[in-house]
Design a protein around this ligand. Structure first.
Ligand SMILES: Cc1ncc(COP(=O)(O)O)c(C=O)c1O
Length: 344
């Protein structure tokens, strides 16, 4: 793949795609320790055909964004939380965690080295960072644990909603994404592999994504293909599902705090798919999706419309405005949320 050049990119029409940027961070773990790590221009990884990452799915990843501020500086949003979640994912898969402080420094290095690719403030885009941890131990037995590679690469992504927040439609699925007691709380490729077929069926049927229900009763909302779910009740309460098999979304935990700030009395609770009538508004939340209004959910052929299928609802808009204002540095957020990336 040819290397991307910043001058060739139109930052106003970027989607969510991979561009091979000049630099990524690369570190390897051998003989019981992490090596020093460095920025690299090589975007291909080399490993044994017997690497357990390729056979048994011993890999975990993260997704985070760097935002161009109006003053030209760049913010990372809560990178420590991504570093900690990758450690938890690593623990779940018996992989060697990458140190939190080194993760954050590496993320800053990657952003600084690729700073020409951070979309301008006005574009509403961001530089998406993809930290990746894989077990490269060559082994055909069911264990790894000796050799690991940690990478952070980056790619510029466009505004999720170039024309403003637009509600989309979702559908429940008979498929499960993750089991209680499985790997749903870890950000590991296997969960996403399990969601490809249901996701494709939903897209083919004209929906933007799937609403997964709990794997035991198929009644309680779990999450969406790549975002957590929230609803605003008719009484004005922010509710989001509590489940042992969903990804602990950093956007979700941030919105729980913002919702508290805005007097929405937020709770994590069980949300039955048969109780959608209680909600005046609904949305999806995640790093990529930011906040996406959920216009409707179709369950067993019955379509439930929330606020509107075309207009963003007022509480959802207010949450979106506050979250993005903190991310882009327009408003002060809680301590540690917006992390400045030194550029010289
Ligand atoms: C399955 C799933 N749930 C939730 C999220 C949202 O998590 P976060 O807010 O940390 O990006 C994501 C996106 O990363 C996801 O892939």
């Amino acid at each position: 793949m040819t290397k991307a050049k910043a001058e060739d990119l139109d930052f106003d029409t970027l989607g969510f795609a991979y561009h091979d940027l000049p630099y990524r961070y690369h570190a390897e773990y051998h003989n019981g320790q992490w090596g020093p790590g460095e920025l690299s221009t090589e975007s291909n990884l080399s490993m044994s055909e017997a690497a357990v990452a390729l056979h048994y799915g011993l890999q975990a990843f993260e997704g985070m964004k760097a935002y161009r501020r109006q003053d030209g500086g760049i913010n990372l949003f809560r990178p420590i939380e991504n570093a900690k979640r990758l450690q938890r994912s690593a623990d779940r898969l018996l992989m060697e965690p990458f140190p939190v402080d080194r993760f954050v420094e590496a993320a800053k290095e990657v952003v600084k080295a690729n700073q020409d690719f951070v979309p301008p403030y006005e574009s509403g885009g961001a530089l998406y960072l993809r930290p990746l941890l894989i077990d490269t131990t060559p082994n055909i037995g069911l264990h790894g644990g000796q050799d690991f590679t940690f990478v952070i690469f980056a790619t510029p992504v466009g505004a999720y909603y170039p024309g403003g927040l637009t509600p989309t439609s979702f559908v429940t699925s008979d498929f499960d994404r993750a089991a209680h007691g499985g790997t749903g709380q870890a950000k590991v490729g296997g969960n996403y592999a399990a969601s490809m077929l249901p996701g494709k069926k939903a897209h083919d049927a004209g929906y933007s994504d799937v609403v997964y229900l709990d794997p035991i009763h198929h009644e309680y909302i779990e999450e969406l293909g790549s975002a957590n779910f929230f609803g605003i009740t008719k009484e004005g309460q922010f509710q989001t599902p509590k489940s042992p098999s969903i990804l602990p979304s950093i956007t979700k935990f941030s919105l729980l705090e913002i919702a508290r700030e805005q007097g929405l009395n937020p709770i994590e609770t069980s949300i039955s798919i048969n109780d959608l009538d209680q909600f005046a508004e609904a949305g999806a939340m995640g790093t990529a999706a930011v906040i996406s209004p959920v216009g409707s959910i179709t369950h067993h052929g019955q379509k439930h419309v929330f606020y509107s299928e075309t207009e963003v609802a007022p509480v959802t808009q207010k949450l979106y405005d506050r979250l993005t204002a903190i991310q882009y540095g327009d408003e002060e957020g809680p301590a540690g949320w917006a992390v400045d990336v030194p550029l010289d």
